[in-house]
Design a protein around this ligand. Structure first.
Ligand code: PLP
Length: 395
């Protein structure tokens, strides 16, 4: 191997930085700022699922679960996928439970990608994907999602640019819908266009659908695996973190055809053995919550979105309206800072609100005037943050 060494550090680890999102949380704590940076709720999880977790521990579900996931959780995942997406999957051969969507993504990439392979990633992107691709040995190839001309419009990609990114060594495309950080929800037409390219280049789709139940303005989540011709080439990733407001539980899963699942299960076993057994039991209870739980989840987040969106626009941000997930991407050019990092430093230290510099979602300086705010917070947290944001001065 001719890969250059970086002292005692591997060439892989030298290629990416620590997570800027998680760093912003630490900065928020240091400055006592209100944390609209990292995407975790500051309100309680549903009482029923907390009780289910307590009961699981009391019932001594305290030892390793089956490495690819407790059977009752895998069965619950299969039932829910059938109910919501109309696809029948075999919990014995097509589902793997792991430690969050985070482990799911790296396990999927380690299972399918080799050095020399390329993985297409839309940017702005959730920052883990770039590091995950590098850790798997593959080369990320970025395709732009462009902000709308009007802030209420849709983020779009240029079909020709996407087509040009596909090559014979394209192993997979990573899709995140609903999308972090843009709030884009991919349409059927877009997914069919992507399907045609995946089929033509024999590429896989690895889809992160962690925000599937957080949707606004009539947007509908379409699981890419349900598009004709995609079931056999899609690895669907999801988890409990966002849907049930339990980001610290670390329970996620993958749904993939049996041959891919076999490879994923091996990788997952040697990475982590398995996710926390009592929390998997509680997961089975969570996935059985009635449908109106999901309706309330979206309508509660809609109220928070509208509150923060209106306030950000009032104080001078170009704030793009998200159709899904719980983030608002903004453009901060109007404030006259050299770049997003300087702006966020000012925001945290002087205004008392933490957000994430847009550049952490891009491979180059395209995000240098963008800043992301998370609104998965209590109304009073948002109200307090908005009060502080009114202290911002336009440049
Ligand atoms: N995928 C996306 C798009 C996210 O935004 C996040 C968290 O912010 C995750 C995955 C992490 O998911 P998990 O907590 O299941 O690891």
């Amino acid at each position: 191997m001719t890969t250059p060494k970086h002292g005692r550090i591997s060439a892989k680890a030298a290629q990416f930085t620590e997570s800027v999102i998680r760093e912003m949380t630490r900065e928020a704590l240091r400055h006592n700022a209100i944390n609209l940076a990292q995407g975790f709720p500051d309100f309680p999880a549903p009482a029923e699922i907390k009780l289910a977790a307590q009961q699981a521990i009391a019932d001594d579900i305290n030892q390793y679960a089956i490495t690819w996931g407790a059977r009752n959780l895998r069965e619950a995942i299969a039932r829910k996928f059938l109910q919501w997406q109309g696809l029948e999957v075999d919990p014995e051969r097509e589902i793997t439970v792991c430690c969050g969507a985070t482990e799911a993504m790296i396990a999927a990439l380690l299972a399918v990608a080799d050095p020399g392979d390329e993985v297409i990633v839309f940017e702005p992107f959730y920052e883990n994907y770039g590091a995950d691709a590098i850790l798997s040995g593959a080369t990320p190839r970025y395709v732009a999602l462009r902000p709308p001309a009007e802030p209420d419009g849709e983020w779009t990609f240029d079909p020709d640019e996407l087509r040009a990114a596909f090559h014979t060594n394209t192993r997979a495309i990573i899709l995140n819908t609903p999308n972090n950080p843009t709030g884009k929800v991919f349409t059927r037409q877009e997914l069919e266009f992507i399907r045609d390219l995946c089929v033509e280049f024999d590429a896989l789709a690895i889809t992160d659908e962690i925000y599937e139940h957080i949707l606004y303005d009539g947007a509908r989540h379409i699981s890419p695996a349900t598009i004709d011709g995609m079931r056999e080439r899609t690895i669907t990733i999801n988890g409990m973190s966002k849907t049930y407001s339990v980001t610290g539980w670390r329970v996620g899963w993958l749904i993939a055809p049996p041959d891919l699942t076999s490879a994923i299960r091996k990788v997952h076993d040697f990475l982590t053995v398995g996710a926390a057994a009592p929390l998997q039991a509680a997961g089975a209870a969570a996935l059985a919550l009635p449908d109106d739980y999901y309706e309330h989840l979206s309508s509660d987040y809609l109220a928070r979105r509208d509150h923060l969106l209106g306030a950000l626009r009032e104080v001078g941000f170009t704030a793009y309206r998200p159709r899904g997930a719980y983030y608002i991407m903004t453009n901060v050019r109007g404030f006259g800072f050299a770049n997003d990092v300087e702006f966020v430093r000012h925001l945290i230290a002087d205004i008392g609100v933490a957000a994430v510099p847009g550049s952490s979602f891009y491979s180059d300086d395209l995000g240098a005037q963008q800043v992301r705010f998370a609104f998965c917070k209590k109304e009073e947290t948002l109200a307090a943050a908005i009060e502080r944001l009114r202290g911002l001065k336009r440049g």
